[in-house]
Design a protein. Structure first.
Length: 521
């Protein structure tokens, strides 16, 4: 059995299915480049059939990424597989990932298909996918609630049809480690051609066991783990990449297996994904949370100072903490700025955009002496709404607060080029600012989340604000950063309003309608 574990990152596909976490093409290229620096083996860049925009985003990742395999998801229908195959065909290494549900509940109520028809669609589409690439993965959605006999039949048939990776998903996060390991052992023993495919585990975290289940599968022989940065993903998320990788590395005595991941890129990847998606990382999150290596209690601090290993099982620097790269400063020129953007996978469409971004960088450098990669990432995240998608634009803000007085904010925005101004009082300056904006736009949205994080250390750090809004069941996240958190908050609110104003045509691959024989869904 191989002793290299394949890390399959699905942050840009399963992670993107989290409410409001939709990523633009540029966002995906930036994340794709960071995942390549992290040296993940496979990057699932999206679901090509979701929309023309998703197709183009996967193509762009396939063009930008050289070292990792780039993959697109496809339902088991001809159209999806063709779109997926086309989207990844120019990648240095490409994979098509075909899936169909196999549990009685999904086949009956979602697909409305008989098991034989499901098996036939799986085999037919795996064969079709092989016409685009030799690297084809097949997944049995909701495998956890599927009948083992049926899983054996469909996996044997899809391996015969050319699937090179067989993925067993716990789609609803229902399993527990012992059972999950047992399922892998059963499948790998009972399926006669099981040795011809790599076995993969894909776990959701509904009961908080996604990582434990994934690791149990590895102990039972799985050699690919599907996971996401920060554990992002639908509902409670997917197995978290950083926890899987660091568990395998830290307990190599138990797992006796390695990954190709450059662990020092974990924290930068975590920060980038959080910045782009607007999903903050909880402070006590393993490996990448702000407190993961902080020792609050006196006894721990004393122990760590005497001998680090008394309380630390990993080194902060091994996962990229404290590795902030001081990249640029006040005196850095336009060329230095441009080449750092390129190294970070950020490409700007025009010289005007570059000039505007450089002007903002100079503004920031005036306020903040040292500029780190994280600052540039946060700065550029404000640029992710392309000018033509910018329905609203923040022009200026002036806010006032004094002990004993009700805080006040005056905001000027433009709506499709027309300037508007308003002022409001509120419980605090942020509340007053959001009220002033709302009195102009009357969006009818509900504020679900407001959070502030510092981008780097120190009080001169930029504050990065996330605002999550919902309206008629649609959820969007807006992000804004600035050294002044009131300004960052106003930017984040306006960014969320712009996303809400933009039409979204994407569909969720797992909530699709029934598959037909030839598969137009
Ligand atoms: O959770 C799941 O079943 C999935 C499949 C599409 C692999 O994400
Ligand atoms: Zn999933």
């Amino acid at each position: 059995m191989q002793n290299q574990l394949i890390i399959f990152d699905t942050t840009m596909r399963d992670g993107e299915q989290s409410p409001g976490a939709a990523m633009t093409k540029d966002d995906k290229v930036r994340i794709g480049k960071q995942l390549e620096r992290l040296r993940v083996d496979v990057i699932e860049a999206g679901f090509a059939a979701a929309s023309p925009g998703d197709f183009e985003a996967i193509r762009a990742v396939a063009a930008a990424v050289k070292d990792s395999t780039v993959c697109s998801l496809a339902r088991a229908n001809d159209n999806d597989v063709k779109r997926a195959g086309e989207a990844v065909k120019d990648a240095n290494r490409s994979r098509v990932h075909v899936f169909i549900a196999t549990s009685p509940i999904h086949m009956k109520h979602k697909l409305r298909m008989e098991p034989d028809a499901v098996l036939e669609a799986a085999v037919r589409t795996v064969k079709l996918a092989r016409q685009y690439t030799d690297d084809v993965e097949f997944s049995a959605e909701d495998a956890v609630r599927s009948e083992v006999d049926f899983l054996c039949r469909i996996f044997e048939a899809t391996i015969k049809a050319g699937a090179t990776t067989i993925n067993v998903p716990d789609t609803v996060g229902y399993s527990v480690p012992d059972h999950w390991a047992e399922l892998f052992r059963t499948l790998m023993t009972r399926i006669p051609n099981s040795g011809k495919a790599v076995w993969s585990t894909h776990c959701h975290n509904d009961l908080g066991m996604a990582v434990a289940n994934s690791l149990a599968a590895v102990m039972a022989g799985a050699r690919q783990v599907e996971c996401t940065v920060n554990g992002l993903g639908e509902r409670a998320g997917n197995a978290s990449l950083e926890e899987i990788v660091m568990a395998v590395k830290t307990r190599s005595d138990i797992f006796k297996i390695t990954t190709g991941v450059d662990t020092t890129q974990i924290v930068p990847a975590s920060k980038l994904v959080s910045t782009i998606t607007g999903y903050p990382v909880q402070p006590n999150k393993a490996v990448v949370g702000a407190n993961a290596f902080a020792h609050e209690s006196g006894i721990h601090q004393d122990g760590v100072l005497k001998h680090r290993e008394t309380y630390e099982i990993m080194k902060a620097s091994d996962v990229g903490w404290g590795a902030n790269r001081l990249t640029l400063g006040k005196l850095s020129g336009r060329n230095a700025f441009k080449s750092r953007l390129q190294e970070l996978g950020i490409t700007l469409a025009s010289e005007e955009q570059l000039n505007a971004a450089f002007a903002r960088f100079k503004e920031l450098a005036d306020k903040k002496r040292e500029i780190f990669d994280e600052d540039i990432q946060a700065l550029m995240s404000d640029e992710t709404v392309t000018p033509d998608a910018e329905h609203y634009k923040l022009i200026s803000i002036s806010a006032y607060s004094e002990t004993g007085e009700q805080p006040f904010s005056r905001v000027v925005i433009s709506e499709e080029g027309r300037e508007k101004r308003s002022e409001a009082r509120g419980g605090g300056i942020i509340d007053a600012t959001f009220k002033a904006i709302e009195s102009m736009v009357q969006s009818g949205t509900e504020l679900l989340l407001y959070s502030v994080n510092n981008v780097t250390e120190g009080t001169d750090s930029q504050g990065e604000v996330t605002v999550r809004l919902s309206k008629n069941g649609r959820i969007v996240n807006g992000m804004g950063s600035d050294t002044d958190i009131v300004v960052a908050s106003a930017k984040a609110y306006v960014s969320a309003l712009n996303k809400m104003a933009a039409k979204s045509q994407r569909m969720n691959p797992q909530y699709g309608e029934a598959a037909t024989a030839n598969g137009t869904l």
